[in-house]
Design a protein around this ligand. Structure first.
Ligand SMILES: C[S@@+](CC[C@H](N)C(=O)[O-])C[C@H]1O[C@@H](n2cnc3c(N)ncnc32)[C@H](O)[C@@H]1O
Length: 287
């Protein structure tokens, strides 16, 4: 039954009992891979409480029921998952990984490849794929007739929608080169925002992909798979499983870049570690 907003303030955030916490932890891990530790229980309580208030519910069990109820539940889940995932990101996050991709793609193009195809996995609101796009656009200009393509995926539809819009506060561009700012962004009138130019935006394919369901993702034969700051929230066995699935989507010689320290004990007979400073990357053996 809907609760009038004035009757329930966030300060009285609802307490979740142990049984409820276990149920919510299991739901999230089962659907997204994300583990919510006991230390993050209050984050879960607050995020759920905010959403429950928006939909007029004041009981975790009733909200859980809503999420389980057919199509309405699926629609509600799409909103909730966005609230519960960590979407922090920035342009050119972790410079060494970008340098590695640049050098790798340069060599690949020099060696005769006609294009480089890149997959940004867990792209959040788009800063990562746009950074890759700016870099690859500059690089391929040095090789007339050669192309780049980027597919950028995430579980969160709201994050993907922001990524497709490509509108960011100017502050987010503070550390970006003036050349990139001038070439790829335009001011949004009467705001402190900028918008990514069509030239770049239209060349990225954004799509929803849950990394727990990679069997149904059509990507294959990729030159680069870029997956940073997503697997940190997952159990070790699950990380290894996902990284194995990702590796299988690489073209021979393809490169997989992960976040440093995100996967510690993984190996694959077709993959070898790339010894590039301050990165965690593997390349698929040729043949
Ligand atoms: C912290 S952001 C990282 C963004 C970017 N890769 C970076 O390094 O800046 C993590 C992203 O992973 C996404 N994510 C979480 N679970 C996911 C899943 N099971 N499948 C696909 N994406 C997921 C979140 O929605 C979020 O946008």
């Amino acid at each position: 039954m809907p609760v009038p907003a004035h009757k329930w303030s966030m300060k009285e955030s609802l307490k979740m009992d142990d049984e409820q916490f276990i149920l919510w932890q299991a739901l999230l891990e089962d659907r997204t891979g994300m583990q919510i530790s006991a230390q993050r229980k209050s984050f879960l309580e607050t995020s759920l409480a905010i959403r429950m208030r928006e939909v007029g519910l004041q009981d975790y069990d009733a909200y859980y029921e809503k999420l389980m109820s057919g199509l309405t539940g699926e629609v509600e889940w799409a909103t909730l998952v966005d609230r519960l995932t960590v979407q922090e990101t920035s342009f050119f996050r972790h410079t060494s990984s970008f340098e590695l991709v640049h050098n790798y793609c340069d060599t690949r193009l020099k060696d005769g490849a006609t294009s480089v195809d890149v997959w940004s996995v867990g792209c959040s609101t788009g800063e990562e794929p746009y950074s890759l796009a700016m870099m690859l656009n500059g690089l391929t200009e040095e090789y007339p007739g050669k192309y780049w393509g980027i597919t950028a995926t995430d579980i969160s539809l709201p994050a993907l929608s922001k990524a497709r819009q490509g509108i960011y506060s100017k502050r987010k561009l503070d550390l970006m080169s003036d050349e990139y700012k001038a070439r790829y962004f335009s001011d949004v009138p009467e705001s402190r925002k900028v918008q990514v130019n069509r030239e770049l935006k239209d060349r990225i394919c954004f799509a929803q992909v849950n990394v727990l369901e990679l069997e149904s993702a059509p990507m294959a034969g990729l030159d680069v798979i870029f997956c940073q700051n997503l697997l940190i929230y997952f159990r070790r066995w699950r990380k290894r499983d996902i990284v194995t699935h990702l590796a299988e989507r690489l073209a021979p010689g393809g490169l997989m870049v992960l976040g440093i320290g995100e996967v510690l004990d993984w190996s694959h007979p077709d993959m070898e570690r790339v010894p590039y400073e301050n990165t965690l990357a593997f390349a698929r053996r040729n043949g």
